[in-house]
Ligand binder design. Structure first.
Ligand code: SF4
Ligand code: SF4
Length: 170
């Protein structure tokens, strides 16, 4: 795998270690781009089958139509990624401590912060989103272990919802 630019890396990996790139809400993320590509490949498919299929084979056409609508919605995901969100906008966790803090600390990732894992973020995640908090520590530990580029490539083709916590040795 070749490295991506630092700018692109910071767009794709949030300061907490979550990958914005694999999030279904991410504009230009994997799911939005692949959905757009599938929509393009399926263009005209419904109309063709609607015009040509014998009645006994047409049962799945409405299901296909719903699937296509879902793909279209996925392709229109609008979040510009965690770091690109305006401060006052809704991020993946409104009021996220990490998002507000890392720039003040002058670090790209919590993994680079000497206070990691800090009590403020631990308490925040425990209160609002324990699942994100459970990934914050092992994800950041992994960045410390192998570096942010390697971490990105390790996760870029995995589901956003596949947790690291089961692999964490700490
Ligand atoms: S808002 Fe917070 S939890 Fe969500 S991706 Fe950004 S830093 Fe991570
Ligand atoms: S103080 Fe906590 S939230 Fe802020 S950068 Fe360090 S570890 Fe992350």
């Amino acid at each position: 795998m070749s490295d991506i630019s630092k700018e692109e890396l910071l767009r794709r990996v949030a300061p907490c270690s979550l990958l914005c790139y694999t999030c279904p809400g991410c504009k230009d993320g994997a799911i939005a781009c692949l959905s757009a590509q599938l929509c393009a490949y399926y263009e005209g498919y419904y109309a063709f089958n609607d015009a040509n299929l014998p009645a006994k084979y047409r049962g799945w056409l409405e299901e296909f139509s719903r699937f296509y609508d879902m793909l279209t919605q996925n392709a229109q995901a609008a979040c510009p990624t965690c770091r690109q969100q305006p401060e006052d906008s809704r991020s993946c966790i409104p009021g996220c401590v990490v998002r507000a803090c890392h720039a003040k600390k002058g670090v790209d990732f919590c993994a680079d912060c000497e206070e990691f894992p800090c009590a403020a973020a631990k308490d925040f995640f425990a209160g609002v989103n324990p699942a994100a908090g459970e990934d914050w520590i092992p994800g950041s530990n992994r960045i410390r272990q192998i570096g942010a580029q390697a971490y990105y490539w390790e996760r870029e083709s995995l589901s956003h919802y596949q947790s690291y916590k089961k692999d964490d040795a700490q």
